[in-house]
Design a protein around this ligand. Structure first.
Ligand code: THU
Length: 136
């Protein structure tokens, strides 16, 4: 069980990570902080591109950093934006692969929490690894 002290730290890390966002097109800074069961935190920010669809969101930056370093289990993610916005569908799907019961906490840059919800509730009937039949 993640305690509230961890959550406050996670929120602070997400706000901090948002400062590195590369957002010349939208100017919408997103910072994410993903918590592993052992307390390790992986941060990420959105990185935009002149070819707009090549942009990666802050949540996926954090996730890909973590998985590429061998971490595959997560308990919570904090996502910080100016208005406490919610993770996009692509990010929900990618997080669901590894942590369907992830606690998702969205907040603004003052640390005010706008959403505190399980990923399973944010991606109802989500498609995950167990939905794929095993190859013959
Ligand atoms: N963005 C994220 O980083 N995470 C989300 O879940 C929603 C959108 C970014 C992508 C783009 O850089 C900017 O926010 C505006 O869409």
């Amino acid at each position: 069980m993640t305690d509230e002290l961890d959550i406050q730290g996670l929120i602070a890390s997400a706000i901090d990570a948002s400062k590195n966002a590369y957002v010349p097109y939208s100017e919408y800074h997103v910072g994410a902080a993903l918590l592993a069961p052992d307390g390790t935190v992986f941060t990420g920010c959105n990185v935009e591109n002149a070819s707009y669809p090549a942009t990666i969101c802050g949540e996926r930056t954090a996730l890909v950093k973590a998985v590429s370093e061998g971490q595959r289990e997560f308990t919570a993610i904090a996502v910080a934006t100016k208005n406490g916005g919610s993770p996009c569908g692509v990010c929900r799907q990618m997080l669901f692969e590894f942590a369907p019961d992830l606690r998702v906490i969205c907040c603004d840059f003052e640390g005010n929490v706008t959403i505190d919800e399980s990923l399973r509730n944010m991606l109802l009937y989500g498609f995950g690894p167990s939905d794929l039949p095993k190859p013959e």
